[in-house]
Design a protein around this ligand. Structure first.
Ligand code: 5GP
Length: 181
């Protein structure tokens, strides 16, 4: 069974937008240090592109939690990697690939706040606000708002495939005509 992928946001557009976000972070944290905390694995491409444009001192770490199988949320979270480095007293920017229902972040953010960072900001490449069930999630640095579509590429997967696509794409119908979202 094969999926068809169409381009939603090009590589050029994605990278230009990430540069704008990095410039904003450089301004907001001028004279300070930031600690990027990426959520594996989806945030990796976004975080690397963002970090490339940060001119302020920057450190990086990753955490891992899982809530999705295929295109459907399981509604549960499993944390498989906690921060390796202490975030206490640091300016932490949590880097996410996409905010969907907000379930993941509604668990993760309180857990990170307990670790007493100096501040905790949220950067996400994509946002699907129409799917949100946690309106309390505040995004500080947003790449793009998208419709309720299942997207892949630029770190985002469909059953571990398509992460390495340099653009953000939509999974379209497979060979049997089954819609992917
Ligand atoms: P939430 O907890 O906000 O519902 O879901 C967040 C996570 O679900 C994201 O980090 C991502 O792993 C996954 N997710 C949500 N929407 C999509 C999507 O359109 N495509 C892919 N590949 N993953 C998604």
């Amino acid at each position: 069974m094969s999926e068809k992928i169409s381009v939603l946001i090009s590589s050029k557009e994605t990278e230009a937008r990430i540069k704008v976000l990095a410039d904003q972070i450089n301004q907001d944290f001028a004279g300070q240090t930031v600690h990027l905390l990426g959520i594996l694995k989806g945030s990796v491409f976004f975080m690397c592109e963002l970090a490339k444009h940060l001119t302020i001192p920057t450190t990086m770490d990753f955490i891992s939690c899982h809530s999705y199988q295929g295109t459907t949320s399981t509604g549960t979270l499993t944390f498989s990697k906690k921060p390796e480095h202490s975030i206490e007293g640091r300016n932490v920017i949590l880097v996410e690939d996409i905010v969907d229902t907000g379930n993941t972040l509604s668990v993760l953010i309180p857990m990170l706040l307990e670790m007493k960072p100096a501040c905790l900001k949220l950067a996400t490449l994509l946002d699907k606000p129409s799917r949100r069930i946690h309106p309390e999630i505040k995004i500080d640095y947003l790449g793009f708002t998208i419709e309720d579509l299942f997207v892949v590429g630029y770190g985002l997967d469909y059953d571990q495939q398509y992460r390495a696509l340099p653009f953000i794409g939509i999974v379209e119908q497979d060979s049997e005509g089954e819609k992917k979202n």
